[in-house]
Design a protein around this ligand. Sequence first.
Ligand SMILES: [Cu+2]
Length: 147
Amino acid sequence: MSNESKVMRQLQIIVGVLAMAAGSAALAVDVSSAWVRATPPGSSVSAGFLTISADPEQPDRLLGAKTVVASVTEIHESRMDGEMMRMRRLADGVAVAAGETVILKPGGIHLMLLQLQQPLVAGEGIELELQFERAGTVRVEAEVRAP
Ligand SMILES: [Cu+2]
């Protein structure tokens, strides 16, 4: 291989790496409107809600979440079972199809914050760390709102 073609090959590799980097940045999910319920005195559980929009070209999946204020954070779904509202854990997380928006909201899918380490006070904020299959770790600030 001549020196000139070696340089050309190296340039091609660099351009390829840059294209991959730009591509992965564009595939990030968008997370907005994150909030958690303030806790009444003596309560050590809360719930978190947020809106996830996937990239138009790529689906993603919320696999889990954590926050320093709770020892355990699970993904739950509420559903009516006759007259009873029941919750179940979504072990496979939450799939978000390409170009779609999924809203975690009261009465539906939510983050369950268990074994809270501190009261959640309305008007304050906590950081949520979300784990996505493709986008990786996404950190958002969640507003604490009155229940
Ligand atoms: Cu729950």
